[in-house]
Design a binder for this molecule. Structure first.
Ligand SMILES: Cc1cc2nc3c(=O)[nH]c(=O)nc-3n(C[C@H](O)[C@H](O)[C@H](O)COP(=O)(O)OP(=O)(O)OC[C@H]3O[C@@H](n4cnc5c(N)ncnc54)[C@H](O)[C@@H]3O)c2cc1C
Length: 507
C-alpha cells in the first residue's frame, strides 16, 4: 500500500508522528531498520507540555501510569542547598517531570499505534529515496534480502542522530562537540538521600553528578568526566561510579545493581532547514544537544506534534501547502533555544576553578532565591514556556487584550482539549456567537470546530491552532479578521471583498 506519509524510523519521534497522523485519518507507513524496539532506558523525562499534547490522543494517562512523578529539581553544592525548583506552581494538569524509561514510552506508543491500525514494519531499512517533486519515492530493504519501492506524498526522516535521510539530502549538521565525557548508569542507591522523589544535581569542584528517580526505586546517575584521549574508553564500572558518588556528594550513599552503564559525549548540532521539498526531518535527525534538562526526546516529539496537524490538513486538502513552510521556522527556533539553554546549563554545572565555582554558587543561590527565577526555570524545563514568537502562522492581535499572544500556548486546563479527536480543527473563543461567526464556521467547516467556545478574556476573539497555540486574536465582533486569516490558510479569497487581508501567509 502506498501511504500519504512515509516515516523512516520508529523511535519516540517517528511513533508520535505516526500516531498523530493515523488519528487524523492519514494513510501512513512507518518502518525501522532495527529488528526490535529499543531495550535501552535512554531519555527518561517526559515533561508537562509533551503530556498535554499526548492527552489529545488519550496517551497521557497510560504514560503517567507507567512512570514516577518528580515534583522538584534541587541543586546542592557541598552541603549547601543552592536551589529547589518546584514544578507544582506551573499552570498545567501535569505539574511534574514524568520519569519513565524510553523503552516503556516506546512500548506504550507502539501499542497505541497498533490500536489505530498501523504496525511498525521492523527490520526494514531505507536504502535510497528521491524527491519526485510531487512526492517521494523510497527504496527499502528487508533483513530477508527482499526490497520494495514505496511511493508517498511525503517522506519524514525520524531516523535519529545519524540520519540517513539528512545525509541523503546533503544537509549539514552544524555545531560542536562539548570537550568532556559523561557517564550514565541506572542503579540502586542506599544510604542517606538523595530524595527518591526529586531530581538532585550535586555541584562539586571535580564536576557534577545528577540523580534522577526512575520507576522501581532505581535512579539514573549522570556525571561529567575529563575528556579521555586516544583509544576508545572502556565501559564505566560500578567502582568508578561509586568513587564519583563518594567524591561529589556529601557521602553515605552506596550504589548497587547497575544496568545500562554508558560513556558518551555531547554534541550540539542542528540542520538549517527541517524540510527539503517533499522531505522533512524531525527529532534527533534535525537537532541534538546536551541531555541537561532532559529536553531532547521531548523536543523531538513536539516537532512531530507540530508537523502532524499541518501535514494532516494538507493531505486532507483542507489547508494550503504553504502551511508546511511554518514547520521548519517554528521548530528550528525552538531547537536553537534548547541547544543554547541546555548547553548553558551544562557549562554552568561543569564550571571549573575554585573562584569561578564560588562565584557561580553565590550568584545561583541568590538568583534561585527569587520566585520569578524559579518560576521561569520551571516554565523552561516543563516546556510550557515554548512559544512561536514571530512565527509565519501568527496572525494579528489586539493591543491591550488580556490572554495569550499569537504563537503562545493557551492553557488547556479546565477546557475541552483542542486538537483531540479524528480531525485537526482550530478552536474559536469569543463572548458572542453571531450570524457572522456562524458564516465563518460554515465556510471553514474543514478547519474549525462546529461551535464558538467561551471567550479567553473579555473583549476579544481568539483563534487557536489544533496544537493549542494561539493563531490570532481580534477585537470582539471583528469576525472579518478571523475569516481573512482562515482564507489565508486555505489560499481562498478574503471573505470581505475589497478589504486588505489582515492576516495572510507569506507568499
Ligand atoms: C544513552 C542515552 C541516554 C540518553 N538520555 C537522554 C535523556 O536523559 N534525556 C533526553 O531528552 N534524551 C536523552 N537521550 C536522547 C534520546 O534518546 C533521543 O533524543 C531520542 O531517542 C530521539 O528520538 P528519535 O525518534 O528522534 O531518534 P531515535 O530514538 O534515535 O530513533 C531513530 C530510529 O530510526 C531508525 N533508523 C535509523 N536509520 C534508519 C534507516 N536508514 N532506515 C530505517 N530506520 C532507521 C533507528 O533504528 C531508530 O530506531 C539519550 C540517548 C542515549 C543514547
Amino acid at each position: 500500500m502506498n501511504p500519504k506519509v512515509l516515516i523512516a524510523g520508529a523511535g519516540p519521534v517517528g511513533l508520535t508522528l505516526a500516531i498523530e497522523l493515523a488519528r487524523f485519518g492519514i494513510p501512513v507507513r512507518i518502518f525501522d531498520k532495527a529488528p526490535a524496539p529499543t531495550d535501552k532506558s535512554k531519555a527518561v523525562a517526559v515533561w508537562a507540555r509533551t503530556l498535554e499534547l499526548f492527552d489529545r490522543a488519550g496517551l497521557a494517562e497510560p504514560l503517567v501510569a507507567a512512570g514516577v512523578k518528580v515534583k522538584a529539581a534541587n541543586i546542592i553544592a557541598g552541603t549547601t542547598k543552592i536551589a529547589r525548583v518546584a514544578f507544582d506552581g506551573v499552570d498545567t494538569d501535569y505539574a511534574y517531570a514524568l520519569m519513565i524509561p524510553q523503552y516503556d514510552t516506546e512500548r506504550i506508543l507502539d501499542t497505541h499505534l497498533r490500536s489505530l491500525g498501523v504496525t511498525v514494519e521492523r527490520g526494514v531499512e531505507l536504502a535510497r529515496f528521491v524527491d519526485t517533486g510531487t512526492g517521494a519515492r523510497a527504496s527499502v530493504t528487508r533483513a530477508d534480502g527482499t526490497a520494495e519501492d514505496i511511493e508517498a506524498d511525503w517522506l519524514v526522516g525520524c531516523d535519529g542522530a545519524h540520519s540517513f535521510v539528512r545525509h541523503g539530502l546533503g544537509m549539514a549538521f552544524d555545531g560542536d562537540t562539548i570537550p568532556a565525557e559523561f557517564i550514565l548508569a541506572d542503579l540502586r542507591i542506599s544510604g542517606d538521600g538523595p530524595p527518591v522523589e526529586e531530581l538532585v544535581s550535586y555541584w562539586h569542584e571535580k564536576g557534577v553528578v545528577i540523580f534522577l528517580p526512575l520507576p522501581g526505586n532505581r535512579l539514573r546517575l549522570l556525571a561529567n568526566m575529563e575528556a579521555s584521549t586516544g583509544a576508545e574508553a572502556p565501559e564505566p564500572t560500578l567502582a568508578e561510579v561509586q568513587a564519583i558518588i563518594d567524591e561529589r556528594t556529601p557521602g553515605g550513599l552506596v550504589a548497587s545493581d547497575p544496568v545500562g552503564m554508558a560513556r558518551f559525549r555531547i554534541n550540539e548540532r542542528k540542520v538549517a532547514d527541517f524540510r527539503s521539498g517533499r522531505v522533512f526531518l524531525a527529532g534527533d535527525a534535525a537537532h541534538i544537544h546536551s541531555p541537561a534538562g532532559g529536553q531532547g526526546m521531548n523536543t523531538g516529539m513536539q516537532d512531530a506534534f507540530n508537523l502532524a496537524w499541518k501535514l494532516a490538513l494538507v493531505c486532507r486538502g483542507e489547508a494550503h501547502e504553504q502551511v508546511l513552510a511554518s514547520y521548519s521556522s517554528e521548530r528550528g527556533a525552538v531547537a536553537e533555544t534548547v541547544i543554547k539553554e541546555s548547553g548553558r546549563l551544562t557549562k554552568v554545572a561543569m564550571l571549573s576553578g575554585h573562584f569561578e565555582q564560588a562565584a557561580r554558587n553565590f550568584i545561583a543561590r541568590h538568583l534561585f532565591g527569587l520566585r520569578s527565577v524559579r518560576s521561569a526555570a520551571a516554565g523552561i524545563l516543563s516546556e510550557l514556556a515554548i512559544a512561536y514568537d514571530g512565527g509565519p502562522l501568527n496572525g494579528g492581535h489586539v493591543r491591550g487584550l488580556n490572554g495569550p499572544l499569537p504563537g503562545h500556548r493557551l492553557s488547556p486546563r479546565g477546557r475541552d482539549l483542542i486538537g483531540a479527536g479524528p480531525t485537526p480543527r482550530f478552536a474559536l473563543f469569543a463572548d458572542e456567537s453571531s450570524a457572522a461567526s456562524a458564516a465563518i464556521i460554515e465556510r471553514h467547516a474543514n478547519l474549525l470546530e462546529g461551535a464558538v467556545r467561551p471567550a479567553v478574556a473579555a473583549g476579544g476573539i481568539w483563534l487557536v491552532r489544533p496544537d493549542g497555540y494561539v493563531a490570532m486574536s481580534a477585537s470582539a465582533g471583528d469576525w472579518r479578521s478571523v475569516g481573512d486569516y482562515l482564507d489565508g490558510l486555505t489560499g481562498n479569497e478574503p471573505i470581505a471583498r475589497g478589504a486588505e487581508p489582515a492576516h495572510s501567509l507569506p507568499a
